[in-house]
Design a protein around this ligand. Structure first.
Ligand SMILES: [Zn+2]
Length: 279
């Protein structure tokens, strides 16, 4: 653990995945507000700690300490406070976009489940790792995204949080296996991008297996805040309402415009044709 100004002091000393000799670090109990894992104690170093890099041509493999979520089960965490870890190969990046003063960038990641997803990097994660990933996207880097959140924005979106950590090409057996898989699936990746599979709601939220569907009755007695699959017959109470709206077919921004009007979307800045849609 490094605190305050010492973080800046060490900024250029440490490289991801390299090993270091560290002398005279202090052992402290973890302060809950800085805790990311369930450890009781941590090593603390400051700018007086002696740090020396271990000279190795290749960094050693990391132990398999990560608990990556299968893509098909991410929906269980939508709009909860839970943080999840994901591994994926980055197959596409969008240009930087500003949301107010905050830079954001969307990255399309995919794993062996062939369910491409959008990961949105915010703020510092965009400036640092986002730019780095964009610069090397032609190499399709493997991304380990730790402590991210899943939201229902555009059905299913992954976003970085302040405490998120993005590892690029981590030296792990899982990352190596994913790289081997990705080298054999280049045609599928081109299709995902061309067909925008990552925005396809049926692909993002496939029909659930039966044992995950709960009854409406049991839903009324549960207190746990998390997404549930239910089965029922919809009944329209108010038939006077409009059942559709006009929107951008790419970013789904509601637009007060007639269908088929062609213009540059004010939200995603792409050339679009306004289309009617429903949510
Ligand atoms: Zn748009």
């Amino acid at each position: 653990m490094i605190y305050g100004g010492d973080i800046h002091f060490f900024k250029r000393h440490f490289q991801p995945f390299r090993r270091y000799y560290i002398s005279n670090a202090k052992l402290e109990t973890v302060q809950p507000r800085y805790s990311t894992y369930t450890n009781e104690y941590c090593w603390v170093i400051d700018n007086s700690t002696v740090v020396q890099q271990v000279h190795e041509s290749e960094p050693p493999m990391l132990p398999d300490v990560f608990n990556f979520k299968p893509y098909g089960r991410i929906y269980e965490h939508i709009d909860t406070d839970e943080e999840i870890d994901l591994l994926g190969v980055a197959i596409h990046v969008n240009p930087r976009a500003m949301r107010g003063p905050t830079p954001t960038r969307e990255i399309i990641i995919v794993d062996e489940s062939s369910q491409p997803l959008v990961l949105t990097l915010w703020g510092e994660h965009e400036f640092d790792e986002g730019q780095q990933i964009a610069d090397m996207i032609h190499t399709q880097p493997i991304i380990a995204a730790l402590r991210i959140k899943a939201t229902s924005y555009h059905t299913l979106n992954l976003s970085t949080k302040f405490a998120t950590c993005i590892l690029i090409n981590p030296p792990t057996t899982q990352a190596n296996a994913l790289r081997t898989w990705s080298s054999k699936n280049q045609e599928a990746f081109l299709k995902f991008i061309a067909e925008r599979t990552y925005a396809d709601r049926l692909n993002l939220l496939p029909a659930p297996v039966d044992d995950t569907v709960v009854t409406i009755k049991s839903l009324t007695t549960t207190n746990t805040k998390r997404p549930y699959w239910i089965r029922g017959i919809p009944n329209l109470l108010d038939r006077s309402q409009k059942m559709w709206y006009n929107a951008c077919p790419i970013c789904y921004k509601y637009l007060r415009a007639r269908p088929n009007l062609e213009f540059d979307c004010t939200s995603c800045h792409k050339r679009i044709r306004v289309s009617p849609g429903a949510d």
